[in-house]
Design a protein around this ligand. Structure first.
Ligand SMILES: [Zn+2]
Length: 79
C-alpha cells in the first residue's frame, strides 16, 4: 500500500512510484518524504535529489528508502 492517499495525487495511476525511493533519486513530486525504515521525515522538491542516507545507522541495518507522505499543493507549478 502506498504511503500517500490517491486523493492527494489523482493524476497518478500508480502510486507505487512514490514508494521505495532510494537516497539521491530525483523526487517525483514536491512534498514531505518519510523514511520507510524509521519514520524520519524530510522535505524534497520535485526534480531535485532526495536526501542522502541518514547520518545515523538504523539499528537493524536496513537501508534508507523514502516514500512521499504529503504532496505540496502547487498553484503555479512554473514558479
Ligand atoms: Zn530511516
Amino acid at each position: 500500500m502506498a504511503c500517500i492517499d490517491k486523493r492527494h495525487l489523482p493524476h497518478y495511476n500508480d502510486l507505487a512510484l512514490m514508494d521505495n525511493l532510494h537516497p539521491r533519486k530525483l523526487a517525483p513530486e514536491s512534498g514531505i518524504y518519510k523514511c520507510q525504515t524509521c519514520g524520519h521525515e524530510t522535505v524534497a522538491f520535485k526534480g531535485h535529489p532526495l536526501p542522502p542516507e541518514h547520518a545515523f545507522k538504523h539499528d537493524d541495518g536496513m537501508p534508507t528508502l523514502w516514500c512521499l507522505v504529503a504532496s505540496a499543493q502547487q498553484v503555479h507549478p512554473d514558479l
